[in-house]
Ligand binder design. Structure first.
Ligand code: ATP
Length: 269
């Protein structure tokens, strides 16, 4: 398999006045085409900062990201990004929100309508096609954002805790739909989560991050698919991997705080 993303020594430092905050330091990772990689880490360890850099929305202080072998210099339609905040347009209905990337891609009305209707159904929003975002719950807006991002058909998808705010039942349904869509496509997914079970249910591989994006563990998930969410607490391999990931997270709990200082290059403050 070839690598779709090559992340080389990424460092991100935020500067305000004389104070620099380091959120990510020397982060390197390669991601194979067509794989599903989950990134697990505690709050503040730099996961969103890393996704922002991979998407091209944010520029690194040092290091670079190669997408299909090319250094990427800004956002590109080849990379879809579902951020933590809602990205739906308040003035468009759900249907017209989901159709938006298809409009941009120049698809005809009939094709747009069909693709959007299918995705809206898959994310459990059938019947809400003509609703505006203000008429939806937070979780429904999140699902509309997800459908819109999937409609873009981007070859690489970045997702920042997309199901965190949903109830357990809906989360399992959407995890299943996402896996079905991924298995039918050649897409590569980088999926950030706090949740160990979610990381294990979805990932071919789980990358556990500690403070400043330090990689604590890069674990292959050798559990055959489909993986049953009801087995996470009974299947011996699930339990074993869960323990391994929990141990890694615990080990990395120190040093989550970003480095802040006038000169941030010198190590932990
Ligand atoms: N724009 C910014 N300016 C200054 N510091 C920032 C900025 N964005 C992030 N940081 C710092 O970088 C650290 C990492 O933030 P980031 O949002 O990447 O963490 P995270 O792992 O995604 O957290 P969470 O799981 O809570 O979303 C944070 O502790 C924060 O202090």
């Amino acid at each position: 398999m070839t690598n779709v993303l090559e992340i080389e020594q990424l460092t991100k430092e935020f500067q305000r006045d004389d104070v620099a905050t380091v959120a990510l330091r020397g982060f390197s990772l390669t991601i194979e085409r067509g794989s599903f990689v989950t990134v697990l880490g505690r709050s503040g360890c730099g996961k969103s900062t890393m996704l922002n850099l991979l998407s091209g929305l944010s520029k690194p202080t040092a290091g670079r990201v190669l997408h299909n072998g090319e250094p990427h210099t800004g956002p590109t339609p080849d990379i879809g990004y579902l951020t933590q905040s809602d990205t739906v347009m308040p003035w468009r209905t759900v249907q017209r929100n989901v159709e938006m990337p298809l409009e941009i891609a120049g698809k005809g009305k009939e094709e747009r309508t069909a693709i959007a209707a299918d995705l809206i159904k898959r994310v459990g929003l059938a019947g809400f096609e003509e609703s505006y975002p203000r008429e939806l719950s937070g979780g429904m807006r999140r699902r509309a954002s997800l459908a819109r991002m999937l409609a873009s058909g981007a070859e690489t998808i970045l997702m920042d805790e997309p199901f965190g705010a949903l109830d357990a039942q809906l989360r399992h349904e959407l995890q299943g739909e996402l896996l079905r869509l991924w298995q039918q496509s050649q897409q590569t997914v980088v999926f950030v989560t706090h949740d160990i079970d979610e990381a294990l249910l979805l990932g071919d591989r789980v990358v556990v991050l500690g403070g400043l994006g330090r990689i604590l563990l890069d674990q292959e998930v050798d559990i055959p698919r489909p993986r049953d969410p009801d087995l996470t607490t009974v299947d011996p391999r699930f339990i074993e991997l869960h323990r391994t990931l929990a141990d890694a997270l615990r080990e990395g709990a120190t040093g989550i705080t970003p480095v802040v200082g006038a000169d941030s290059q010198g190590g932990a403050a």
